[in-house]
Design a protein around this ligand. Structure first.
Ligand SMILES: Cc1cc2nc3c(=O)[nH]c(=O)nc-3n(C[C@H](O)[C@H](O)[C@H](O)COP(=O)(O)O)c2cc1C
Length: 353
């Protein structure tokens, strides 16, 4: 079995130059994560779920999620909500922000989201789910994709009933994470359900869940007929898994690991500001330095340091050669003052300033 992961496919007219997609993950999928994902082989990246209520209220932090840089295309921005007109307005803002695809979240199992009628609970309300897709597809010229769970209850096959209806309502692509919402992240993703969905719809399907290696990616693509596989948790602090899936299984050196982490930290500070970034980054230290790459006490040492520069100094102390790798990575980055459009949102998105 040798499936070509570099094969292009079309998501509602958007060219996706490969069959590996980076998953949307709340609290993870910042711009730095998405740009890194693109460098390591993901052909399509996605923002974390963005609240349409936050967009409607012009919440500054929410609007920050709509920032798009020039080197992350093609990019989907994911929205969640349960009000068709608010969803439509959010979709127009996603288009104005420069995304290539509007993705709709019908999969979030978290109570805070489902109790508002959004996320996975929409699988139990197909009429509303279809109205939301229709409203978004009508509001924007971008292709619309929907990401969903198999259903709410364990063993549910709701996605096989709702999926085709969402396509009729205007979805150009479906992503399936074949766990139930009740399962959260326990058990395994049952991709036999993905294969059934592929049979039922004539739009591309992306398979999400437990894709952790090239072997797994190849087998899920071969057995489901999906257009692409999506990688989530395996890529947290580990862009090298994307490279491995694409066919290059070199293990990174300690210097490479530290240099990627340092670059990620710098970009995240630029994106979120030093104060927010210092808390946000803590989980990434364990993710990058784990997998036997660095001893556990070192990771614990970093987490208790108060500022990002202190962490930088400790990392460079542990792997001094990372400085040179970082210099190379920085020289390969687009010039942040001209290329990375961190503040490119049209003024109107901020409500006229
Ligand atoms: C921390 C975390 C945050 C997530 N946030 C989102 C999200 O914002 N939107 C979404 O559609 N899925 C979200 N997911 C689900 C993932 O996109 C993916 O479908 C799921 O993790 C299964 O894939 P994996 O086994 O490769 O991690 C999240 C998952 C995790 C672990």
């Amino acid at each position: 079995m040798n499936i070509d992961l570099c094969e292009h496919w079309s998501l509602g007219g958007v060219d996706v130059p490969g069959r590996l997609v980076l998953a949307p993950m709340a609290g993870v999928s910042v711009q730095a994560f998405r740009r890194q994902g693109r460098r390591y082989g993901a052909a399509l990246v996605c923002s974390e779920m963005v609240s349409v209520a936050g967009i409607q209220h012009r919440n500054e932090r929410t609007l920050g999620y709509l920032r798009v840089s020039s080197d992350e295309h093609p990019l989907a921005i994911q929205i969640f909500g349960s009000d068709p007109s608010a969803m439509a307005e959010a979709a127009r803002m996603v288009e104005a922000a420069g995304a290539d695809v509007v993705d709709m979240n019908f999969g979030c199992p978290v109570r805070k989201v489902t109790k508002t009628g959004a996320g996975a609970s929409l699988l139990d309300d197909p009429e509303l789910a279809c109205r939301l897709v229709e409203a978004v597809a009508t509001a924007t010229s971008l292709p619309v994709s929907v990401k969903m769970r198999r259903g709410v209850e364990n063993g549910s096959r709701t996605c096989l009933v709702v999926g085709p209806r969402l396509v009729e309502a205007g979805a150009s692509s479906l992503t399936l994470h074949p766990r139930s919402a009740k399962q959260m992240y326990t058990g395994t993703a049952d991709h036999s359900v993905t294969a059934e969905l592929v049979e039922l719809v004539d739009v591309p399907v992306i398979a999400s869940g437990d894709i952790v290696s090239r072997a797994r990616a190849q087998s899920v693509l071969a057995t489901t007929g999906a257009s692409a596989v999506m990688v989530g948790r395996a890529a947290q602090g580990n862009p090298w898994v994307l490279r491995e899936i694409m066919g290059d299984d070199r293990e990174p050196s300690r210097e490479e690991v530290v240099a990627e982490l340092l670059l990620f930290m710098r970009e995240t500070v630029r994106e979120l500001g030093e104060q927010r970034a210092s808390g946000f980054l803590k989980k990434f230290y364990g993710w990058y330095l784990g997998r036997g790459r660095f001893p556990r006490p070192f990771k614990q040492e970093l987490v208790v340091l108060r500022t990002v520069p202190e962490v930088e100094a400790a990392l460079l102390g542990a792997a001094p050669g990372a400085r040179f790798v970082l210099e190379r990575l920085l020289s390969e980055q687009p010039d942040p003052t001209t290329e990375v459009l961190l503040d490119s949102l049209p003024i109107s998105l901020y409500g006229g300033g």
